[in-house]
Design a protein around this ligand. Structure first.
Ligand SMILES: *Cc1c(COP(=O)(O)O)cnc(C)c1O
Length: 818
């Protein structure tokens, strides 16, 4: 708890107004994450894509009474927020960092700072698990490791903690010094050096040097000496270190690493003694991560048997959060991340930010390893659940049940997952958004399973983080005032309309566009409040369009007349004019203007909010001259539109490819489509985007066929030798194009590309898996990062757009984030 006066003396700045005495405990940087208005101070931060100052009014009306701002005139601020304490600073983010730095300095406990290219989050989580038997650990939530995430992580430090573990991530020079300042690590772990964020640095060496700044004052740095450039840099800086190596003598020398079933045996020498330990993982990345942890445990003088004991209990860190449709109109948020307080708070924020209608429910297990006394812990949990407005709580576990009296929201308690499942009544859940959050030992995947609709095994997995990455990539190309319209037509290019729209709304794009009125209605029914343009309004859809507050594109006089018939005098209407500048699809030509504007003049209640046109060949450099011609045509036609209307309208012409190719013609808004979904249509900057979707299915049956036998309809697939084939559960009715027949298409099974054999059938197809240990139930990937849409489209002479939008609606969409 800090008073306003204390904050002022810590971060400096100018006191605009000091009227409140109540102290604050919560640092708020995102207006969407408000839960305790009275105890929060909001830092209005100007980011690359947003500006916190835009949300002052809203937060004030929600009860926030302390603000740290950069802008605003004293008189105006006092007039708008008469009851708030307001501090004005040069830079709000730096003020937040100052405050966190001060907070950190109040604690004199060991703090481990972790950086490196990969594995930071896993090492942090595992180390916290491994230390938890004798330490009360505070750690960064998820991967909060940025300039903003680190101060928020450090802010969690409380007097009862005995060890802090915080990760630090950077993408450009100059950043680590600030993070070092905030974390003040007393020990360090450098996980590894890879290529992540290489582009932000002039050389690998510079990146290492920059990262090492985190360890400026550490007593000890743990790292693997096998990264030679890292090793040299550490030696050169004379940082006191604890090394491990698989190649040479080190503090911890790894002698052998062998796999035994689901475990890996590690033989090593430490202090001249040969030892062995088994770890419950076999993949390379996990071994490296666990070796860092082992180094720390050995350094702490834990006995080998104690270490083995703790390693045996090590849980994989699932960082995936899935969202999926479930029975009876319910929607599941399946968060298998470690169930601790910080993780719970983040998951609850996500839950309350789901705009679709329906009760917000939570299924929650006991929380593990928080370090707080039980009663205090569950008091906090109860507060969190109540503050986020949870309407139904299902609490599972002996401890949470013991503290049932602390919970004020409607709640049911079960001592074990089994007892919940044995009484599970699907009918008692209807139209709810349900967060499922359980510590791994509770096996909540069984609960998720009980809620899932019966589906065949084909799914389209949509990576929401990749979508956001792509969104931000395009945003980074826009001038600060350029608005962003995102095309979510055709079920958001096949990716799932309302989930994608929901994410875009959360990330505050300016406009959405659908093809048909019904698509817009669906979005409204799921709580999407952004302005929505409808590209193909039918003449009989205008009352619906009006009712759902959608905005039609008007491209012809006939369409305008139909709209005007439905117009009433007392209401207002917003429309968008489509101009044909050379695509020759829809839109007005200059010769239509006389009739168009004389009609519009008679209806002042109809407002033209934007005028736009579409480029016919922005994706191909070959058509650059034509695109420039279209742009020039558009500029003169749009000027004419404004002159005739007598007011300004929003003007836009660029699609995804246009944003890349003609950044100087962004005008007032751009329309992002395929790029969001991970395909860079010009092909020039494909590397900068992340693939968004993976289409996968399962193997239904495996069989051996003899040389000369044939496979499938029309006997098109002939075995030129004895073969093993797998029948997989996807066909052209799922959107797996029949042109992939006979070796054109592939499925990735066991990491290998296996060709389609024979013709693709309606609901299945056959894959040649000769030589692979494939069995029924195995996964087969039809497209994804290792089998790209661009490549596949080319192989059958189409474009990625068609492949994406063809994925049939019977294929279940699963949304996840990492
Ligand atoms: C679909 C569409 C877009 C988006 O195009 P992409 O190539 O997917 O970026 C933009 N404008 C209009 C009018 C569209 O129909």
């Amino acid at each position: 708890m800090l008073t306003f006066q204390q904050i002022t003396s810590i971060v400096g700045g100018k006191v605009v107004q000091h009227v409140q005495q109540s102290p604050v405990a919560h640092l708020l940087t995102d207006s969407r994450k408000l839960s305790q208005p009275a105890g929060s101070v909001f830092f209005a931060i100007k980011g690359k894509f947003n500006d916190g100052h835009k949300y002052l009014q809203q937060l004030y009306s929600q009860g926030v009474r302390a603000f740290v701002v950069e802008q605003g005139e004293q008189r105006e601020l006092s007039r708008l927020y008469p009851e708030a304490n307001i501090l004005q600073v040069e830079n709000s983010l730096e003020a937040l960092q100052e405050l966190a730095t001060w907070h950190r300095a109040q604690f004199h406990i060991p703090v481990i700072g972790i950086t490196g290219s990969n594995g930071k989050t896993i090492v942090k989580e595992w180390l916290a698990q491994l230390l938890s038997p004798d330490e009360l650990v505070v750690k960064s939530p998820r991967s909060y490791n940025s300039q903003l995430g680190v101060p928020l992580s450090v802010w969690q430090l409380e007097p009862n903690h005995t060890v802090g573990i915080f990760e630090a991530g950077i993408s450009q020079p100059g950043e680590m010094e600030k993070l070092q300042h905030i974390i003040q690590p007393t020990m360090g772990i450098f996980t590894n050096v890879g290529s992540a964020h290489d582009e932000g640095f002039s050389s690998r060496q510079q990146k290492i040097e920059e990262k090492l700044k985190l360890f400026k004052n550490v007593e000890l740095l743990f790292y693997c000496a096998d990264y030679e450039d890292l090793h040299q840099a550490v030696q050169a800086r004379q940082i006191h270190s604890f090394t491990w190596s698989r190649k040479e003598e080190a503090d911890l020398s790894i002698k052998a690493v062998t796999t035994a079933g689901h475990r890996t045996i590690i033989v090593f020498s430490y202090h001249g003694e040969k030892q062995r330990l088994a770890v419950p993982f076999t993949d390379e990345a996990s071994i490296e991560n666990v070796l860092h942890c082992l180094a720390v445990l050995l350094y702490r003088n834990l006995s080998i048997s104690e270490i083995q004991d703790r390693l045996d209990r090590l849980q994989p860190v699932a960082m995936r959060l899935e969202m999926k449709e479930a029975i009876n109109g319910c929607y599941l948020i399946d968060d298998t991340y470690n169930n601790d307080l910080a993780g719970l708070a983040i998951a609850l924020d996500l839950l309350v930010n789901q705009p679709q209608r329906g009760k917000h429910s939570v299924i929650l297990s006991d929380l593990l390893e928080s370090g707080l006394a039980e009663e205090k812990l569950y008091t906090k949990v109860a507060e969190l659940v109540q503050a986020r407005g949870v309407e139904r709580l299902i609490a599972i576990g002996p401890t949470i049940s013991k503290y049932r009296s602390l919970f004020k929201v409607p709640a049911e308690f079960y001592t074990a997952t089994e007892s919940f499942l044995s009484q599970f009544d699907a009918g008692s859940f209807r139209d709810e958004v349900i967060l499922v959050k359980g510590a791994r030992v509770f096996g909540f995947e069984r609960i998720v399973h009980a809620f899932q609709q019966k589906v065949h095994g084909t799914v389209l997995e949509v990576n929401l983080d990749a979508l956001v990455h792509n969104l931000n990539y395009y945003r980074s190309k826009l001038a600060p005032d350029t608005k962003l319209m995102v095309m979510v037509k055709a079920f958001a290019y096949g990716s799932g309309s309302f989930e994608v729209a929901n994410l875009l709304q959360f990330h505050r794009v300016d406009y959405l566009t659908v093809a048909y009125a019904d698509e817009g209605v669906l979005l409204r029914e799921h709580g999407i409040t952004l302005p929505i343009m409808v590209m193909n309004p039918s003449t009989d859809s205008f009352s619906k369009i009006k009712h759902y507050n959608l905005e039609p594109e008007i491209y012809s006089l006939e369409l305008l007349e139909a709209l005007l018939k439905s117009v009433v005098a007392t209401s207002s209407y917003r429309i968008h004019l489509k101009l044909d500048t050379g695509m020759h699809r829809l839109g007005f030509l200059p010769e239509d203007f006389d009739a168009l504007f004389s009609l519009l003049q008679q209806y002042p209640q109809v407002q033209v909010v934007s005028a736009f046109s579409h480029l016919a060949g922005a994706d191909e450099a070959l058509h650059n001259d034509y695109s420039q011609l279209q742009i020039a045509n558009f500029k003169s036609m749009a000027a004419e539109v404004e002159a005739r209307l007598g007011y300004q309208v929003t003007k836009h012409i660029l699609n995804s490819a246009g944003i890349v190719r003609f950044p100087e013609h962004q005008m007032d808004m751009v329309r992002l489509g395929i790029g969001l979904y991970g395909v860079e249509a010009t092909g020039v900057e494909q590397e900068a985007l992340r693939p968004v979707s993976v289409l996968k299915t399962t193997v239904s049956q495996v069989k051996a066929i003899k040389k000369g036998q044939t496979v499938g309809y029309s006997r098109k697939g002939t075995a030129d030798q004895d073969k093993k084939i797998a029948t997989i559960a996807i066909g052209y009715a799922d959107g797996y194009d029949r042109r992939f027949s006979n070796g054109v298409g592939h499925a990735i099974i066991h990491g290998r590309r296996c060709p389609v054999i024979g013709n693709v059938c309606m609901d299945m197809c056959m894959i040649d898996v000769t030589g692979l240990p494939v069995t029924a139930g195995d996964e087969a990937i039809l497209f994804g990062p290792a089998l790209t849409l661009v490549e596949l489209a080319k192989s059958i002479g189409t474009i990625p757009y068609e492949l994406l939008t063809n994925v049939s609606s019977r294929v279940k969409r699963v949304f996840y984030s990492e």
